[in-house]
Design a binder for this molecule. Structure first.
Ligand code: MN
Length: 510
């Protein structure tokens, strides 16, 4: 797709790759009736969860709403300041690398990526170019190229009233992890699965909140389309994707757009496009710089790192700090016999997942009670929790029912002491009142009446109250038995065992 002109030689030529210029022809020749294959590579930036910023002691607090309070001469780029590498941020990236089975670097260094932007006070970003911390690995079936560490820019706000642009330096210098995948994704849905799994991983590792709406995780998709079997097409980078849904729609739109361009004999331009949420389409933003435009070179103020010389970067030690990972947890749940969607619900929703773990630990991990409990957690409890969250208008970190109470309810329904209808009612009552479910069941008369004597009394009462129906039954109209059973259920407020009730009725009326 490109014609090699000549390697660019500069002061730092050993770090600069050759430049390719688009010849604008090769990718345009397309045979009609070809089927087109989309190829997608992902670039994800995530703000890391650390006490301080990447190269200084200013607080890293994404919740700070006052502008320009977490700042210092280093992240404001005053002359003469010296950056210091944040050990915690390096550890986060190494742990992500270990989790995805990647290779950790032994040697690494930080480079200056030179470009000017009002929210980049130094005029360059400290990043990693030739020696990323992490290489390789696989996430959600997608091969990872690299993960490196860099710093975030400040954030700028455009004030329409005054026409001014305001800059908040709280974010300037916040540790940023950049992950780049191989171009091996072939659909919008697969891109969505990948991004969701990465968000989960970052949350499980405590590396990042990774909230897309708040810009803590920023996903860019490189989309190209090419005739089947041919070389990769010209890639277009899509930015401004602040939700998974927006990302999936933008990728799907771009696949469609590029396919149409190629089908009509046109050329796809290499550019950066944004996503317009209102119009639900991508739009051209700018023609992308090549990496040579950034004039990368090693930062002279930062030491290079020999990771094996730093005790807290020891891979074996770090591996022991890894929690159960999202896919391991999913595997554990499916091995317990849970349905895939329930397993995924517990992996994604920490609150329901740990509740399920607590509850099932009580009985041991297999068996009928586990699947029964899972039905009530994934359906009834999940819905009731959502309702109670809305009522309290805040998301609480715990479920509105204790594991003890829940376990009692499941035990009662499992032992057929209460009906499944009553179990659902009890759940709601326990959430509303936080009382012992056995007490509540007794008070509300929810225990199933299955004793011969108790049911016998119910049956006597029905027979006495319905002489006409009884005589019809005795005359051979067996279908009225259902009516009598219904009367019995009503009289016992649903607590009778209907099969037993029918059996006793038949006996007494024989
Ligand atoms: Mn970056």
């Amino acid at each position: 797709m490109g014609v090699l002109l000549e390697p660019v030689r500069t002061l730092f030529s050993e770090k600069i790759p050759v430049i390719y210029l688009d010849d604008g022809v090769a990718s345009a020749t397309v045979v009609a009736m070809t089927s087109y294959i989309p190829t997608i590579g992902m670039e994800v930036h995530a703000e890391l969860h650390t006490k301080t910023k990447m190269f200084c002691a200013s607080k890293n607090d994404p919740d700070e709403v006052r502008p320009n309070v977490n700042i210092c001469p280093v992240c404001l780029a005053h002359p003469g300041v010296l950056p210091v590498i944040n050990e915690e941020a390096v550890r986060h990236v190494l742990r992500v690398g270990l989790a995805i089975g990647a290779q950790l670097a032994d040697y690494t260094e930080f480079d200056r990526k030179n470009y000017f932007y009002p929210d980049l006070p130094k005029g360059y970003q400290l990043s990693q170019y030739e020696y990323p911390l992490v290489s390789g690995g696989t996430l959600a079936g997608v091969r990872i190229t690299r993960i490196h560490l860099e710093e975030d820019t400040a954030s700028s706000m455009h004030d329409d009233a005054t026409g001014a642009t305001l800059i908040d330096y709280n974010r300037s210098g916040v540790p940023l992890m950049e992950l780049v995948s191989e171009p091996v994704i072939h659909s919008a849905a697969q891109a969505g699965t990948f991004a969701r799994e990465l968000q989960l991983l970052l949350r499980y590792l405590g590396a990042s909140e990774a909230n897309m709406e708040q810009g803590q995780m920023r996903v860019e998709a490189n989309v190209s389309v090419a005739p089947e079997g041919g070389p990769l097409g010209t890639k277009v980078e899509i930015k401004n994707l602040n939700s998974f849904r927006a990302m999936e729609r933008a990728v799907a739109y771009e696949i469609e757009r590029q396919t149409q361009v190629l089908e009509s004999g046109g050329t796809v331009r290499q550019e950066t496009r944004g996503w317009d949420e209102g119009k639900q389409e991508t739009f051209a933003q700018r023609v992308k710089e090549g990496s040579a435009d950034y004039r990368y070179f090693p930062d002279p103020d930062l030491p290079s790192l020999r990771l094996s010389e730093v005790a807290s970067y020891d891979a074996e030690h770090l591996r022991k700090t890894l929690p159960e990972l999202p896919w391991q947890r999913r595997g554990r749940y499916t091995a317990m016999g849970l349905r895939a969607e329930d397993a995924d619900l517990y992996v994604r929703d920490a609150r329901l997942g740990s509740f399920f773990d607590t509850v099932t630990a009580h009985w041991g991990s297999a068996g009928d009670k586990v699947s029964l409990a899972s039905n009530y957690i994934a359906n009834d409890l999940a819905n009731l929790a959502r309702i109670s969250d809305n009522r309290d208008s805040e998301l609480e970190n715990i479920l509105p029912i204790s594991a003890d109470h829940f376990i009692k309810i499941i035990d009662m329904v499992f032992e057929k002491k209460i009906s499944s209808r009553s179990a659902k009612d009890l759940l709601a009552m326990c959430i509303a009142e936080d009382r012992d479910p056995e007490d509540l069941a007794r008070e509300k008369g929810l225990f199933q009446v299955s004793g011969e004597a108790e049911l016998g009394a119910v049956v006597e009462a029905i027979i006495e109250a319905n002489p006409l129906v009884v005589s019809e039954y005795k005359a051979g109209k067996e279908s009225v038995l259902q009516f009598l059973v219904g009367q019995g259920m009503k009289a016992s407020k649903g607590s009778a065992d209907p099969a037993k009730l029918a059996q006793i009725l038949r006996e007494r009326l024989a």
